[in-house]
Structures are given as structure tokens and as C-alpha cells.
Design a protein around this ligand. Sequence first.
Ligand code: SF4
Length: 468
Amino acid sequence: MINTSYDDLHEECGVFGIFGVNDAANLTYYGLHALQHRGQEGCGIVAVHERNFKRIKGEGLVTEIFNEKNLATIQGSAAIGHVRYSTTGGGGIENVQPFIFRHNTGDFALAHNGNLVNSNELSRYLQNRGSLFQSTSDSELLAHLIKKEHDASARIYNIIDALNMLEGAFAFLIMTGSRLYACRDKYGLRPLSIGKLNGGYVVSSETCAFDVIGAQFLRDVNPGEVVVFEQSGMTSYDYSQFKHHQLCAMEFIYFARPDSDLEGCNVHTFRKESGKLLYEESPAEADIVIGVPDSSMSAAIGYAEASGIPYEMGLIKNKYVGRTFIQPSQELREKGVRMKLSAVRSIVHNKRVVMIDDSLVRGTTSRRIVTLLREAGATAIHVRIASPPITHPCFYGVDTSTYDELMSAHKSTEHVRQLIGADSLSFLSEQALFTAGNRTQLCLACFTGNYPTTLYQSIRDANRDGKF
Ligand code: SF4
């Protein structure tokens, strides 16, 4: 795992695509490697050469699934790739993307990040029209919607019609024999950026994947936009006039890599600023500031700089605890934290510590870390969380758990403080997130319960039944 709130939060996926550049599959491999933090359960690449689609996919990390030998078998100047963490649709190889769809009007491949909130309704609608599904993925729904009419109109109009039927969060890449389409939801919930490379184009969930292959950032795909890449260049279509910029706040707080820029804001800079604001809102008297590695380090640096309290390396992460330590049960999760983190006794002993964490989900991690620090001799532990309390589940592709599992959903901050054993506990305000990002819109639904999209009864029921 690269992010380390230790099984509390998971991003669903990352997508990467390339058009008009030789050796597209190899470059996609490097792109996916840079996006590995967005999903570690499965990955795949599809490349197209002379309208012939070839794919490699499997359950595991990018370095486990691909090698020089198998990548050499998928040649072409266009490719799309995907890294997956499974929430909706569950695990299993049949849900590992990209998918390839065969059709008499031309084959196409599809990869997707996010989660549709009307997938049950769309699935029923399509099944009533005779569609049969191979997987439980939202991508397959889009493929069926694109092909539902069997008409001869240009594919872009079928795609636009299909996108207008989707409700939820998504970044879709669709690759045909001669084009690549990059589509982003009209709420702007999931990120998607465009880069240039050697006269061709790259598209990625995060800009950190551009740097690794030497691509230059061009711009973001706008909410409600489809960008088409073909031999003659790049064309933009607005599939919806409804456009919001409610990018998932958790991308800034936790998911995205610090070297990525999201809608013009560097992620490390956002986190550092949020740490500074956290100090202004909730100062503490302490000897050192420490951050929970890795995603809380930037906020901890910001808190230390603003407060003048020295930043120290009070917690060390064991980098070699792999995917096999992702344990599903609460009991095993609690044991797992010890294997992933250690307190540095010589640094925290006899010190009053401000411990910065990016978020508090189930509370398990915070409780264990506070215990670790006390055992290592810390005399006071002030926990500062660089986001507001998570009180509602996410329906947009982030596994924040059900209401019942969210520690702040039914408990006051004082009650949570007692449960995690801290001397004091404070959260960042919602307003500070806007200030840190220098923006006026963000999705904050898991903090506020104000969901930007319609929520359908079926998805509410799934949360109640613990399927989210
Ligand atoms: S509900 Fe929370 S995790 Fe989900 S998209 Fe919105 S901000 Fe992100």
C-alpha cells in the first residue's frame, strides 16, 4: 500500500491512455506504475494495432502482471490501462479492466474510474431490452448504452447520448480502432488530465504519470466534456451544459500523489496549506509535530511551519508490508497497524506531541497510533486531523465504509477523543478546504451529507445492507 490510513480508505481506480505515440503499451505500463496508489488489486492494458485489440490483465500489482516479454506482444500507437481497487462489482478477474467489446460496427475498449449511482436502474433498463452482462462493472453498462441503438450515426453521438444517461462520478477512456475518447462526469468529481508527448496525447487520472514518461501537461478534461483524440488532432465536445467543479476533496486530502496537480493545484501545496490552517484553527502546546506517513506528512510540515514547533520523524512506516496484509476484519486490522507503523522512541520519549493525520474514518488507526506513541514515552498526544469529521458514506467510488463503521457518524468529537485515547482532538473546518485549494467548489459529501448528485434508493439500500 502506498497510502497509509491503513485500510480505512480506498480509491477505486486509476486510468491512463495514450494516442499517437509508438510503443504505447510500454508507456502505459510506466503510467500505470505511477498510478499504482489508486488501486492495487488488479490492472490491465489494451493496445490497438491496425484495428486489432490485444490485452494483458491480471489480479496483482503492475510489476507483477506486466513484463518485457508480455508487453512486447501488445504493440501499437494507442493503448489504455487501468489499476483497480474493487468496491462496486467486487473482485475477480472478470472485473479487472480495461474491457474489450466486440461489435459489428467496430470493436472498442473501455476503462473507468469512479462509480455510477444509477447503475442498478440502468442495468434493469438494459436487461429489459435484452442486454446480457459479463461483469458487474459500470464500464460494461456504458458499453451497452453506447451500442443500444445499433444505428449508423457517428460514434461520438452514441457516446454523448450514453454519457447523458449516467449519473455519478466517472472518468471513462474509450478506445476504438482509430480514436481515443476521454470523458469526465459533469460534476467534475473524478480527475482526468491531458498531456502531450512526441506529437501524440496522453490522458491520466493524475498528472504524476506524465512526468514519469516525459509528457507535458496540456489541460484537464472539463466536467461534462468528451475529448476525442484522432490522427487529425484533438476535438472537444460538451455532452452536458450542466457543469460543476465538485472535485472529490479526498483526492486532495488523501488519495492523489503529492507531486500531482489537480485542476491547477499541487496536492502537496494543498496539504501543506491545510496543515497551516489546521494550526490557526486548532493550536496546541507541544514539543514536536509528527505526521502519519505518507499522506499526512505535507499537512504536518504546514502545521509545524505555522506553529514554529519542530517537525520530527516520530513515526516510521514499514514499506515492505504488502497487499497480503490488507485484512478485512476489525480485529485483524487492529493487529495490522503495528506491522505497518513504529513510533521512534528516542524522538517521542518525554515529548508533548502533535500528531497530524489526514482523516479519521473508523478510528482504528488513530487509536493504535496514540497507543504506540504512549508506549514510546510521549507525555501528551494532541491529535489534529487535516479534514473534517467523516460522517457519511461515499457513493462515488471511494470506500469510506457504511454509516455504522464511520466513527464520527454518531459520536461527538469529545467522544471520539476518549475512544482514541488522545489528550486533545480537533478536525479541520470545511471552509479551510476551500481556502487551501483556493477554490469555491469541492465535493464534501462524506463530511456534510450534501451529495452533489441524485441518490437512488437502491444505492442507499446497498449502504444500509453494508455493501458499501
Ligand atoms: S463523498 Fe467524499 S470521498 Fe466521495 S467523492 Fe465526495 S469528497 Fe470524495
